[in-house]
Design a protein around this ligand. Structure first.
Ligand SMILES: C[S@@+](CC[C@H](N)C(=O)[O-])C[C@H]1O[C@@H](n2cnc3c(N)ncnc32)[C@H](O)[C@@H]1O
Length: 254
């Protein structure tokens, strides 16, 4: 068994219903409840992915990325922004950039399609990706892995569709152990955030109660690194961000 026993219901049906309900307010709440930090986190995440891609010895004509559990497409929007602003075609020596997003909630994908046009968004389960082996140069997931019933399978799928020397990167919350900051954050995450979320959602969804519960119930960072190694990703690393509130995991496909 690859996942820890938890009392949190992470069944696909529950997760799909919940994200379907909050989809119209997802971006607004995400920004508000993270004090605008979510944008910065994704910016750093995408920067790191492109930096790792720049280290590769073999470069193809076209750069293809896959964002799993893409939601409203924020990671892809950030990739596209950086691609243009930072003139990455020249820096990476690639002519074309083609990102693809996957999510299993159609309401989230509808918003993603509006946000980033001319990008392929596919409705599929991250644990059974409908793509050939070794197709993508980079495969990312941000705030999606802890929702999966089997995160080890999710990581194995990401690694399967990633090319050799390609990058697999994960951004995910973790229960912070930072002295002084941890109790404050716990109070915010477990009390304040669900209260605001429920109020703004007019009690139509328990998503903001699920959020802290799913973070507490999620596998340890050591376990995530273990899943990455087992999936054939060499020397995976984890970097703590914002007082350990979240971690960025990066591995390169062997
Ligand atoms: C918290 S949102 C994160 C969205 C986006 N990545 C971001 O950074 O804002 C989690 C997303 O994961 C999706 N998701 C959860 N489990 C999934 C699975 N097994 N397959 C595909 N998508 C999944 C949900 O539908 C939801 O859109």
């Amino acid at each position: 068994m690859s996942t820890r026993e938890t009392t949190v219901d992470k069944s696909a049906r529950r997760v799909q219903t919940m994200f379907g309900e909050i989809a119209p307010k997802y971006d607004f709440l995400n920004n508000l409840l993270s004090f605008g930090l979510a944008k910065r986190w994704r910016r750093r995440f995408v920067r790191t992915v492109f930096a790792r891609l720049a280290e590769r010895s073999e470069v193809s004509e076209r750069l293809e990325t896959l964002d799993v559990a893409t939601g409203t497409g924020d990671v892809i929007a950030e990739e596209t922004r950086q691609w243009t602003r930072r003139k990455l075609a020249d820096k990476l020596g690639v002519r074309e950039f083609r990102p693809v997003g996957v999510d299993f909630v159609p309401q989230m994908l509808a918003l993603a399609r509006k946000k980033v046009q001319a990008v392929e968004f596919v409705e599929a389960d991250g644990c059974a990706l409908p793509f050939d082996d070794e197709r993508f140069d980079a495969v990312t997931i941000s705030f999606g892995l802890r929702n999966m019933v089997d995160p080890a399978k999710g990581i194995a799928e990401m690694a399967r569709v990633c090319r050799k020397e390609g990058v697999v990167a994960i951004l995910e919350f973790s229960p912070t152990k930072f002295p002084l900051f941890a109790p404050l954050f716990r109070f915010y995450f477990h009390r304040v955030l669900p209260a605001i979320g429920e109020r703004l959602m007019k009690n139509r969804s328990d998503a903001y109660r699920y959020l802290p519960e799913s973070v507490d119930a999620f596998d340890s960072s050591e376990k995530v690194l273990e899943y990455m190694r087992a999936a054939g990703l060499k020397t995976p690393t984890r970097r703590a961000m914002t007082f350990g509130v979240l971690g960025m995991f990066v591995g390169v496909k062997e």
